[in-house]
Design a protein around this ligand. Structure first.
Ligand SMILES: C[S@@+](CC[C@H](N)C(=O)[O-])C[C@H]1O[C@@H](n2cnc3c(N)ncnc32)[C@H](O)[C@@H]1O
Length: 142
């Protein structure tokens, strides 16, 4: 990957991660980024999704039906790797419909919700996973 190309992708990452962005500005940046997001992040972090998926397998073991809410699912870049590990019960939440539109084409999620993480009650099963609760059947992945 050329340094120019790296700089181009870092500029998008920095723009999306800027602490001064409002939520709306942030979602707008992701919506504009959606068409090239998978290519960009794969070039930068090719092994990232597989590492996340492996960690989930370490937590859940053979409980491949565990309900996983992929919060900030985006295009399903990480979600696809989780599915490839054999997990079958994934739901997506993201504030950008443009990102979710790409995720929805991949056949990963049983349900896809365009909504904001924040103070509002979400229409999802509630539960919590801690280190001491490895039998939990729900994980929220952010
Ligand atoms: C780093 S990106 C996507 C990460 C994704 N898990 C992947 O596989 O690459 C972060 C995502 O969070 C979403 N997002 C940012 N702020 C949000 C909020 N307040 N509520 C819901 N989604 C949000 C963005 O639209 C974006 O798709």
């Amino acid at each position: 990957m050329s340094t120019t190309r790296q700089a181009e992708v870092w500029a998008k990452i920095d723009g999306a991660n800027s602490a001064t962005n409002t939520v709306e500005e942030n979602l707008d940046l992701y919506s504009q980024w959606a068409p090239s997001y998978d290519l960009d992040v794969t070039e930068m972090r090719p092994k990232g999704p597989a590492i996340v998926a492996k960690v989930l397998e370490l937590i859940f073991g053979e409980n491949k039906d565990a309900l996983i809410l992929d919060a900030g699912a985006g295009t399903g870049w990480v979600g696809k790797a989780i599915q490839k590990r054999g997990f079958t019960n994934l739901e997506a939440l993201d504030g950008s419909q443009e990102m979710l539109n790409i995720a929805n084409q991949k056949g990963i999620y049983k349900r896809s919700i365009c909504g904001l993480l924040g103070p509002n009650r979400l229409d999802i099963e509630s539960g919590i996973l801690t280190q001491h609760n490895v039998q939990a059947n729900l994980m929220i992945l952010i």
